[in-house]
Design a binder for this molecule. Structure first.
Ligand code: HGY
Ligand code: MN
Ligand code: MN
Length: 414
């Protein structure tokens, strides 16, 4: 069969995405499907039911990663793999992650209904906890699978309510028995919305990132002295929230001070006791620093860490710093990136070679096998918000690029 005319079924892909968007759907039109919650379980169950319809060999490993394997002519060959994540941000969008699970599912459905056999087996995967919002850090399950993170360290991570990762994995029934340990993979493609404005600004349809920025995450804990706001003079206060405020602005100013390609953000903060008439005595906030240059990002951290220590000393607010997580920048395999660009070209789609500022499980897969990603535009460049949106025809186009990149890779004998 001449595969060049093969195309996915865009309607069916849209239907699957709409079905999934109902699970954890929010009034603002987004989704809340935090990892290891009941909504995550519901979406996983639906995904597994769809894998069963294709008679795939299903494996759930000890980190809850779900794999569906389609045999090839020669099952001794390493498979090609594609996947992403079902979990979402607290008030996330209907495309982030799930498009990269429904996309390869649509590819397998297309191959199934056209009785297409490939040389190599093909594997689809849902990676547990890509977002790292409920349980920090992000991409932990692909990180354990790739051998970059320790399973038991992740198991002991707790959410804001003190619930343990492993206990929640057991609770939703997705702590599998298979070891979460890498095995040979021929190559990996992850299909994802861009989550930024570049494709739309450039008027391009398909993004082919050359790689992903490094992600460095830190947790900062400040102690102060609580007291009644009225009688307590301003002089001599140990106000943990004021200390945090000064530090947060230092993070915001960091890329300007450092120069070069960098972003630095404080996205999460907890303030205790958080009562308007008590001086705060406990604050936790997070720091996220990203750059294509890992050393540059570490230098930035060392600079701002010094600022934090000075501010903490000046305000008499003892500081505890957790260097929570670092994943290096990930330069993808040039041959695989070129295959994405060539597939887009053959399909008549415009394309752009770019960089991913968002983290993905592809960061860890890139440490195991040749890896590339396929992006489609985010309307208005928005993501991690309820208004996140991508045109259905763009979802279909990206899935066609994935279909052809996977097909060509799955028929490589070497
Ligand atoms: O942080 C990220 O970029 C991803 O959403 N985990
Ligand atoms: Mn994502
Ligand atoms: Mn995300």
């Amino acid at each position: 069969m001449d595969f060049k005319d093969l195309r996915v079924n865009g309607q069916r892909l849209q239907g699957s995405l709409e079905e999934m968007a109902k699970i954890g759907g929010t009034p603002g039109g987004g989704v809340q499907r935090l990892t290891l919650t009941d909504e995550d379980k519901q979406a996983r169950d639906l995904f597994v039911s769809w894998l069963k319809e294709l008679n795939l060999e299903i494996t759930v490993d000890e980190m809850g990663n779900i794999f569906g394997k389609r045999p090839g002519r020669n099952n001794d060959l390493a498979p090609v793999m594609s996947g992403s994540h079902i979990d979402s941000q607290p008030k996330g969008g209907r495309f982030d992650g799930i498009l990269g699970v429904m996309g390869p599912l649509e590819v397998l459905r297309t191959l199934h209904e056209n009785n297409v056999e490939t040389e190599r087996p093909m594997v689809i995967v849902d990676w547990t906890n890509e977002e790292g919002s409920r349980f920090a850090p992000a991409m932990v399950a692909s990180g354990v699978w790739a051998g970059a993170l320790e399973r038991d360290w992740v198991y002991d991570r707790t959410d804001i309510g003190g619930k343990r990762f492993e206990d929640e994995l057991i609770r939703i029934g997705y702590k599998g028995t298979a070891a979460c340990k890498k095995w040979p993979v021929h190559c990996y493609y992850e299909y994802h919305i861009e989550q930024g404005p570049i494709l739309e600004m450039e008027g391009k349809l398909i993004g082919a990132p050359k790689g992903i920025l490094c992600l460095h995450w830190y947790d900062i804990y400040l102690a102060g002295e609580a007291n009644q706001v009225g009688p307590t003079p301003m002089e001599g206060r140990h106000d943990a929230l004021c200390a945090a405020a000064e530090m947060i602005l230092k993070v915001n100013q960091l890329p300007g001070r450092m120069g070069g390609n960098m972003v630095a953000t404080v996205g999460e903060i907890q303030n205790y006791p958080n009562s308007r008439n008590i001086i705060p005595d406990k604050v936790h906030f997070t720091v996220d620093i990203r750059s294509w240059d890992d050393e540059h990002a570490i230098k930035a951290w060392e600079l701002v860490r010094k600022d934090f220590e000075d501010i903490a000393a000046n305000r008499g607010c003892p500081i505890k710093i957790e260097e929570t997580w670092r994943v290096e920048h990930s330069p993808f395999d040039e041959k695989r990136v070129q295959l994405v660009l060539d597939s887009a070209d053959q399909l008549g789609y415009s394309s752009l070679h770019m960089v991913s500022g968002a983290g993905h499980d592809a960061s860890y897969m890139n440490q195991v096998c040749p890896t590339a990603m396929i992006f489609v535009p985010s309307i208005g460049g928005r993501s991690h918000v309820e208004v996140e949106n991508t045109r259905w025809e763009d979802c279909e186009a990206g899935a066609n690029v994935l279909l052809h990149a996977l097909l060509q890779s799955a028929n490589e004998k070497l």
